[in-house]
Design a protein around this ligand. Structure first.
Ligand code: SF4
Length: 461
């Protein structure tokens, strides 16, 4: 029997969620700890195919390295699958080298990484000691990859030359087996807005919207939105509640409500089956409506992450979120407040076309919407996106240090703004958000002062 050890690589030097940003990796706060779903999908499928599997998530075990050494010595895996991502790649390579040193000579190390960007994948192949990298969507062929029956979705060195083979994307992701969450220490995962013992589900892949200009999801998962049908989604929810005894679910789909009809069906089934749990999802304003929000609330939705990016109408239309208007943002966020659905507004600073004035409009939008949570990021030139190509052509990339590609690095410089400008604006926008959480006389004075400072800065051209 082939023994497979699946390890979410330790990230104690630089906390990162490798599943996020479509699999390219995203800086994480220590308070958000989400299960490594890519590895869990592999482990579940391999187990069903008769493999012996051990899944180890370094995020939730301490000291991780010592425990991995012990497992490696006792379990003696034939293959170890490690996770890697852009912002953690140097750390991931160092870990693989260490692991290679303690595993038997014949034991293989394989990396799972979201990017297909050759310089990074080749760096891993040449310097980590791994046999090959999984760079594609291989959930239902992982067994054939391990036995060498296919090279689909992998990159490797053959006679010292780089080779990669494209995979066929799964058309119907309802075929994916329900992940065996018993392989995880479920008590250890948490999402601050939902609380302890939270698990994640991914019920769709890909995204067809034009913000693929900068977004990693269409890049990694494709521009065609592929979704599980409602009954497959609800079967997994039932398993989570009944077998895993988990009552908080974070849907990790990039645009959970892209198909409003499917979302309604999911909600109706949840209500019909009296499934009691709290859930949170991520979506866009133009994929929502008053009726949909109401049924989502009835089905247990307690909050949403809403991609807004900017408070400037022109920038929204040109670059950030075509089809989303400020009036729609205001109308639907107000309705969410009315029915007590919490909101995390996601904003991105520094897109081409961003100016001090557009940043001020974002600041004003935050004041007006008063979100419950806020997610502030800087635009990142993910290799493979049209934004990356433009950034190369226009010499916008200030640093190619891949460790800064975690969603919060200041790695581009696009006139007329400097990194200091972006830092200033992000700081003030964050303060506006903090003030929005409270309502007092002190807050009023603080808000006025903040507004004055921001306006003075905008006028300083
Ligand atoms: S809607 Fe969201 S996931 Fe889709 S391309 Fe735009 S930013 Fe990315």
């Amino acid at each position: 029997m082939i023994k497979v050890l699946l390890v979410n690589t330790p990230d104690d030097k630089k906390p990162v969620n490798r599943d996020m940003a479509g699999g390219l990796g995203f800086d994480r706060s220590k308070t958000t700890v989400l299960p490594p779903m890519d590895l869990l999908n592999y482990a579940t499928f391999l187990e069903q195919k008769g493999y012996s599997v051990v899944l180890f998530d370094s995020q939730v075990e301490s000291p991780a390295q010592e425990q991995i050494e012990r497992i490696a010595n006792q379990f003696k895996p034939n293959v170890t699958i490690l996770t890697a991502s852009l912002p953690s790649v140097d750390n991931d390579i160092s870990f693989a080298k260490w692991l290679k040193g303690i595993l038997p000579f014949s034991s293989q190390i394989i990396f799972k990484i979201g990017t297909r960007f050759r310089p990074i994948v080749e760096k891993i192949l040449r310097s980590s000691g791994c046999t090959y990298c999984i760079i594609g969507e291989c959930d239902l062929v992982i067994d054939q990859i391990l036995t060498g029956h296919t090279m689909e979705g992998t990159a490797r060195l053959l006679n010292d030359e780089y080779h990669e083979q494209q995979e066929t994307l799964l058309k119907d992701i309802s075929q994916l087996p329900i992940p065996n969450r018993k392989l995880l220490n479920n008590d250890a995962y948490r999402y601050p807005a939902l609380g302890d013992k939270t698990t994640t589900m991914q019920t769709s892949r890909g995204c067809s919207f034009s913000c693929s200009y900068y977004c990693p999801y269409p890049l990694v998962q494709g521009k065609t939105w592929r979704a599980m049908n409602a009954s497959r989604v609800v079967s997994e929810i039932e398993t989570i509640i009944r077998e895993n005894k988990i009552e908080n679910i974070l849907f990790r789909d990039a645009t959970f409500t892209l198909d409003k009809k499917r979302t309604q069906e999911i909600c109706h089934l949840i209500i019909e089956k009296s499934l009691s749990f709290s859930w949170w999802c991520e979506t866009r304003i133009d994929c929502l409506g008053i009726d949909l929000i109401d049924i989502m609330k009835k089905a247990g939705c307690v909050g949403m992450n809403i991609g807004v990016e900017t408070g400037d109408e022109a920038l929204l239309a040109e670059r950030a979120k075509q089809g989303v208007t400020l009036s729609k943002i205001i109308q639907l966020t107000q309705h969410c407040k009315k029915v007590d659905i919490k909101l995390r507004v996601l904003l991105m600073m520094g897109l081409p076309g961003e100016t001090k004035q557009t940043l001020y409009k974002t600041f004003k939008l935050v004041e007006q919407v008063r979100p419950d949570y806020i997610g502030l990021t800087t635009v990142t030139p993910y290799p493979g996106t049209p934004f990356y190509e433009d950034a190369l052509k226009n010499h916008w990339i200030k640093t190619f240090d891949i460790n800064t590609f975690g969603g919060h690095g200041y790695n581009t410089q696009i006139d007329p703004l400097t990194s200091e400008d972006l830092k200033f604006a992000m700081d003030k926008i964050h303060m506006a958000y903090r003030f929005g959480l409270e309502d007092s006389a002190t807050t009023k004075a603080g808000k006025d002062k903040l507004q004055k400072e921001f306006l003075e800065w905008v006028e300083l051209q």
